[in-house]
Design a protein around this ligand. Structure first.
Ligand code: FMN
Length: 364
């Protein structure tokens, strides 16, 4: 069995699947449930100097994920210090404490939280995309505490610039990405936004943002050497494997844990393990950053062969035939095989990704 343990900045996680800041980490009880549900370590909901005034409604399931208008914790910092962090520590798992936002706020919060935290995670969500205030928040934390400081990035447009500046300024690790927005979803009965608040805007999370998260992790991993914790749209062990390959050393999960409950961590860790075993990898570390390494060798590829069909896996369901824009796929009903017309095939690759039985493959 592949070794599931990972070490990020000296923190030993029993597996690489952690809850992300949000409802799955909203208080001590939720964190204890995450531990029972198999999380490899804990990340606590972002707190700030004042409790958040959260607009309602603040969560909606939409196709591909969720919209949320949550801010940071609605619990006062004193409650976290008196009760919630202690409950997190009782689990025996490493605890990463989420804090926000400005340097001044971090200066106040970091020393208070330090006795309960193995690392801090500073959210940049309300700090903007300018480098200076993000770096100032990091410096405030580094001056105040001796534990590793992880910087949680939103999907900023200048992600490499911010990642590099944070590494230079002493960040111990990056966590990316936060939810994407602002976005809008409308209730068709009332014509009003599904989210409360002034504009009715929400932030997108879940499966829909996975490609954005992967790109951000990959982009950062290409320029920095510090570890990255990947978050955004992970719902399965295969998603986690993708995140690790893009450059992450561990993975956080929020939306999937909200929608399916705290047992998702063990399930995702188990599925990741199965993937590693099936592919002959000895450890999680072996696939961490694999895409970055392979892309350095590869250059720009150009597929020049039509996909191949694995007849043993193909059930002739017709999905690929229906959606081939070039009319290159046909079922030979008599021979009960799928035929690909090499002349017509554009090597676009769509059929390979549509086939959920993985009966088609294409050389990359
Ligand atoms: C309802 C909700 C509340 C969240 N609250 C926080 C928060 O307090 N601090 C933070 O850094 N990220 C917060 N996030 C963002 C998540 O931690 C995570 O970065 C994002 O949702 C992408 O991961 P996912 O696709 O697995 O949900 C929140 C997300 C959701 C859905």
């Amino acid at each position: 069995m592949a070794n599931p343990q990972v070490n990020v900045c000296g923190l030993e996680f029993r597996n690489p699947i952690l809850p992300a800041a949000g409802p799955p980490s909203k208080d001590g009880s939720a964190l204890q449930a995450a531990a029972r549900g198999g999380a490899g370590g804990l990340v606590t909901k972002t707190i700030s100097v004042h409790p958040a005034q959260v607009p309602r409604p603040c969560m909606a399931e939409i196709r591909g994920g969720m919209l949320n208008a949550e801010l940071w914790s609605e619990l006062p910092k004193e409650q976290w210090i008196e009760t919630e962090y202690k409950m997190a520590r009782e689990t025996g798992l490493p605890v990463i404490a989420g804090l926000g936002y400005t340097a001044e706020q971090i200066r106040e919060l970091a020393p208070m939280v330090r006795p309960f935290a193995d690392a801090l995670e500073l959210s940049t969500h309300y700090v903007g995309s300018s480098v200076a205030p993000i770096v100032e928040a990091l410096r405030a934390a580094k001056e105040a505490v001796d534990v590793p400081v992880f910087m949680k990035l939103s999907p900023h447009p200048n992600i490499q610039e911010i990642a590099l500046a944070l590494e230079d300024a002493g960040a111990d690790a990056l966590v990316m990405i936060n939810s994407f927005g602002p976005c809008l979803a409308i209730d068709l009965e009332s014509g009003l936004p599904l989210m409360g608040g002034k504009d009715g805007f929400g932030w997108l999370s879940g499966a829909a943002i996975k490609p954005l998260a992967l790109r951000c992790v990959y982009d950062a991993a290409r320029v920095v050497k510090i570890p990255i914790i990947g978050v955004g749209g992970v719902t399965s062990g295969r998603d986690a494997a993708e995140m690790l390959m893009a450059g992450a050393s561990a993975v956080q999960v929020c939306t999937e844990a909200i929608l399916r409950g705290p047992t998702v961590y063990a399930r995702i860790a188990r599925e990741l393990d199965t993937f590693l075993d099936e592919h002959g990898y000895a450890s999680v570390n072996e696939i961490s950053g694999l895409t970055v390494r392979r892309m350095r060798q590869r250059g720009a590829p150009h597929a020049e062969r039509a996909p191949k069909v694995n007849a043993e896996r193909c059930t002739l369901c017709g999905l690929c035939e229906k959606s081939c824009p070039y009319g290159a796929i046909h079922q030979n009903k008599e021979a009960k095989i799928l035929e690909i017309d090499e002349e017509r095939c554009f090597y676009c690759g769509l059929c390979v990704t549509r086939c959920k039985l993985r009966a088609m493959s294409m050389a990359l």
